[in-house]
Design a protein around this ligand. Structure first.
Ligand code: NOJ
Ligand code: CA
Length: 704
């Protein structure tokens, strides 16, 4: 069929649909397996259902809004018209889990109007991919709806069954809660309201944060999230445990009675549902990215994916401090005793790390505590105007550190702890990023610890969504890439702004150094891989070798084996990966060779096996070298896994080094028992590997 005929036929189809008096519309995935039905119910309320392989996945679920300044927009609609279209294309990630991303979907756009005054207009766009779908509300320009003060967005996801769910509480302040696995009917987020380890937390409802992942009794996997969170509030999902229904609950502010303020025309973020037979397919999905706009920054080759070290873990272990007087000692937050240790960010200390990094294929060094203001950090309410993002402490010579780093081929990663005093940060952003540009620094780690100033705003409300997004957009002008801690959640904006490289937004490694509840349990990362990681890159900061933290904090420990710490470089994706431990822990350690070798930027990613919350094995091919790396992690359960290397190119022999749990390894009893094996492998090789309780393995597969 030539192009002209094609256009003609689709024009006819569109025309037919437009003229149809029907109250329902359909769209399905390119492979036909996922079908979405849209209709108006008896009250004229927009309603949708979703099926997979002809079985219902989402039962009739209604859509609509409540406002402060006008009547609800939910019922009494008619369909004005509807258009079906499709798209198939491919785009390249400047850095990422893979080079080329296929983008293929069928789309339905429904134009609605209220049948009675004020006759407002609302459009709904649905994009259905082979791996799930996304939909959003579009408010067109119109006379009777200009400013929208949204109090509630009532988007339902009616599951109709009591699925297994991996969820974290719908906290308006942070994503640093643990994930829990329960039946849907047993979700109770409110029990996690008071966590002594979390500086700011607020869980107003029995709601969950996204991504939230589920498994049906048929073994189908679903994960709910959002894409393209711009100028809107983060969506949590209220849990109706009796009716097995989720209802969107967007984050609010204590300063306004509405939760989002927008002026038409505007679109909401995409509400997304991943649908996968195998748990691993969730990880391979790029649907969240595909729902975001293409790259608006153009060439970002000034940002280079890298491994990095940090003047960082030593502060969390209480060996040194961020402030110069040595009073902001992490040990005090752990055992209540205020100590005085020494300043970490000194010129001398930075050079020590640079020397090690430069000899060990580590491209960058993060320096925290370099700037004035830290003596007024944790425990202070009046944090406005305290942090200064351009003035170093007198024992840190930034010119010299940057010069020395350059000489040794190690970049310096800037650190901006805003202490959530965002206006202070905003005022200094231009000067701070300009200083970075002056020094040729291309990455900043930002931090937003504590309750937000202005008071009453929450970390995930519209006000802060704009703060985080605007900081990244501004940073790009100075060729600065951002790794935010205490961030908003990733929603795929890295496609549009590829200087949004990584972020925290989970209970990171640091909790192992100071959480009073014993740190992250072994199931934490097998949970994270199938939940939080579906949203985007994670700055988890792996690679702790001194697992029992002795002699610094004998009461703390990392709840994994050493081999698992290596596996995390492959399993947990980020274009910047920290070698988080101290130089002393790495010096002369045979297992450090894996960290030296492992890639950070990938040509392709394959999930070899896995079950949510239990285990996962991922293989990634490094860009430009053709080397492969495999990582596998397990929860508290030991298990045996067969790795089939048939993902390797045929007819080629590779040099594999396998770092695996020793026979007596155990995350608690014997975490540092590991074995290194070397062998030649090809695409025909199959290997049986044992993972200890809380263990894992890492394999480097290098070109011969
Ligand atoms: C919390 C961050 O997650 C951590 O990495 C950092 O060291 C401290 N805040 C200080 O900014
Ligand atoms: Ca944090």
């Amino acid at each position: 069929m030539n192009k002209l005929t094609c256009i003609f036929i689709s024009a006819i189809t569109m025309l037919l649909i437009a003229c149809s008096s029907s109250n329902s519309e359909k769209v399905s995935s390119p492979n036909g397996k996922i079908a979405l039905n849209f209709s108006l119910n008896s009250e004229g309320q927009p309603t949708y259902t979703v099926s997979f392989n002809n079985k219902t996945v989402i039962e009739p679920s209604t859509l609509g809004f409540e406002f402060e300044n006008m009547p609800e927009l939910a019922k009494g609609f008619k369909i004005l018209s509807a258009e079906n279209s499709n798209y198939s294309g491919e785009w390249e990630m400047p850095w990422g889990e893979q080079l080329k991303v296929k983008e293929e979907y069928q789309m339905l756009k429904v134009h609605l109007q209220e049948t009675k005054a004020p006759n407002r207009l609302l459009n709904l766009s649905f994009k259905v991919f082979n791996d799930g779908l996304g939909f959003r509300y579009e408010f067109p320009e119109q006379a009777n709806l200009t400013e929208a003060l949204i109090t509630h967005e009532n988007t339902q996801f009616n599951l109709g069954a009591n699925h297994d769910v991996w969820w974290q509480p719908g906290d308006w302040e942070l994503y640093e809660q643990l994930f829990h696995h329960t039946k849907f009917a047993d979700i109770d987020a409110t029990q996690y309201r008071n966590n002594p380890d979390l500086g700011a937390t607020y869980i107003p409802e029995n709601a969950v944060n996204t991504p939230v992942t589920m498994r049906t009794t048929d073994g189908l996997h679903l994960s709910f999230h959002e894409a393209g969170l711009i100028d809107y509030s983060d969506m949590t999902l209220k849990v109706d445990t009796k009716n097995f229904n989720l209802i969107s609950d967007i984050v609010g502010s204590d300063n306004t009675t509405y939760r989002v303020k927008r002026t038409a025309p505007f679109n909401t973020p995409w509400r997304t549902i991943l649908i996968a037979k195998k748990a691993g397919d969730l990880i391979e999905s790029r649907l969240i990215l595909n729902l975001n706009e293409p790259n608006k920054l153009g060439d970002v080759s000034w940002f280079k994916p890298t491994k990095y070290m940090g003047i960082w873990w030593e502060m969390h272990l209480g060996i040194s401090t961020w402030d110069m007087e040595g009073t902001q000692d992490m040990s005090q937050f752990h055992d209540g005793e205020k100590k005085t240790s020494k300043h970490g960010a000194t010129t001398k200390n930075a050079k020590r790390y640079i020397d090690f990094a430069s000899k060990n294929n580590i491209g960058a060094l993060l320096v925290e505590g370099w700037n004035t203001g830290w003596e007024h950090w944790i425990g202070f309410e009046d944090r406005e105007g305290v942090f200064d993002f351009v003035t170093p402490y007198p024992d840190y010579d930034m010119d010299e550190v940057v010069r020395y780093g350059r000489e040794k081929g190690v970049d310096i990663i800037m650190h901006h702890e805003t202490s959530a005093a965002v206006r202070t940060y905003e005022q200094q952003q231009d000067t701070a990023y300009a200083l970075m540009q002056h020094y040729g620094m291309h990455t900043v780690k930002s931090g937003y610890v504590g309750p937000i100033i202005p008071k009453g705003e929450h970390h995930h409300g519209q006000f802060m969504v704009n703060q985080y997004n605007n900081a990244a957009i501004k940073a790009a002008k100075y060729q600065v890439a951002v790794n935010a801690h205490e961030p908003i959640k990733p929603t795929g904006l890295r496609r549009t702004y590829p200087n949004i490289i990584s972020r925290e937004g989970l209970r990171g490694q640091e909790f192992n150094a100071w959480a009073s509840d014993g740190g992250n349990p072994p199931s934490h990362l097998p949970n994270i891989a199938f939940t939080r990681m579906l949203a985007g890159p994670i700055d988890y900061t792996p690679g702790i070798f001194n697992i029992k933290c002795e002699p610094y904090k004998p009461e703390a420990q990392v709840n994994t084996t050493l081999a698992q710490q290596l596996a995390l470089y492959v399993v947990i994706y980020s274009p910047i990966q920290m070698a988080a431990d101290l130089v002393d822990s790495y010096e002369g350690h045979p297992a450090f060779q894996f960290i030296r070798d492992v890639g950070v930027d990938w040509n392709q990613t394959k999930v070899l096996n896995g079950e949510v919350g239990e285990f996962v094995t991922i293989a990634r091919e490094e860009r430009n070298t053709g080397n492969w790396f495999v990582g596998s992690i397990t929860n508290e359960e030991a298990r045996d896994i067969t790795v089939n290397f048939n993902f390797l190119p045929n007819g080629k022999t590779f040099k594999a080094t396998i770092y695996k749990d020793g026979e007596k390894a155990h995350w608690d009893d014997n975490p540092t028992d590991y074995v290194i094996d070397k062998m030649d492998i090809t695409s025909d090789t199959k290997l049986d590997l044992h993972l200890a309780e809380g263990g894992g393995f890492a394999i480097s597969i290098l070109q011969k």
